[in-house]
Design a protein around this ligand. Structure first.
Ligand code: 5RP
Length: 236
């Protein structure tokens, strides 16, 4: 069997580092994506070994629900809790101020709800996700109610964005979110100058449910890197 590629190793290491920070008795927001999947796996392994006890997870997506069940993490809902201790989630871009773009997995609406509620939101990324300015390597996802797709696209153009409907892979037609909506990916030619002002402007367009700008939500950013040929994790 061939050794995993460096990006996979970085994702595994950073996922494990975040899982190691979870304490017994915690209510844990479980993010979405390939990096968080390793955190969910390691939380499950700590539970199975007895190193961790009495955890409850709040999943941010269908994917996170399936993984949590696979790794034996008991689940709960926002209706049943009055606090969330920690959330672990990935990101598509992180700038030097810990502002982020999320939504590469079309789960940013539930992710923003859960991640914002956590006492500590731990972001897990590999070094390729770090950018000087948001919107320069990744398009900004906007979740939209299907009947509003066309007017929302026009309104996004009026804000200076170039919208594209996200299409499915191995599925004819558009990506449909866990909430039954569509995702419009938006390109800003010069990147996003002011994420804090763009976030509410997009959300104020009638028909927009949520966009992927996460402003002042992240507390801790863990970065997986390969240094001198060895995987390592540092905190931003
Ligand atoms: C899903 C997300 C993911 O957290 C983000 O896309 C990062 O995913 P990955 O760890 O697979 O790169 O926002 O909506």
């Amino acid at each position: 069997m061939s050794a995993p590629d460096p990006v996979t190793v970085m994702k595994q290491q950073v996922g494990k580092a975040a899982a190691d920070r979870v304490k017994s008795g915690a209510i844990v927001g479980l993010g979405t994506g390939s990096t968080t999947a390793y955190a969910i796996q390691y939380i499950g392994e700590r539970l199975a070994s007895g190193d961790l006890e009495d955890i409850k997870g709040i999943p941010t997506s269908f994917q996170a629900t399936v993984l949590a069940k696979q790794y034996g993490i008991p689940l709960t809902t926002l209706d049943e809790i009055d606090r969330m201790d920690v959330a672990i989630d990935g990101a598509d871009e992180v700038d030097p101020n810990k502002q982020m773009i999320k939504g590469g997995g079309a789960a940013h609406t539930r992710e923003k709800i859960v991640d914002s509620l956590a006492e500590e939101f731990i972001v897990v990324v590999d070094g390729s996700k770090l950018v000087k300015k948001l919107g320069t390597t990744f398009l900004l996802p906007v979740e939209v109610i299907p009947m509003a797709m066309t007017p929302v696209m026009r309104a996004i153009e009026a804000l200076g964005g170039q919208p594209t409907l996200r299409m499915g892979v191995k599925k004819a037609g558009p990506v449909v979110t866990d909430e039954g909506n569509l995702v419009i990916d938006v390109k800003f030619d010069a990147g996003i100058d002011d994420p804090a002002s763009l976030e509410p402007k997009l959300n104020n367009i009638p028909g927009v449910l949520e966009n992927g700008l996460f402003v002042n939500v992240a507390d801790t950013v863990l970065i997986g890197e390969i240094v001198d040929g060895e995987p390592s994790v540092r905190e931003m």
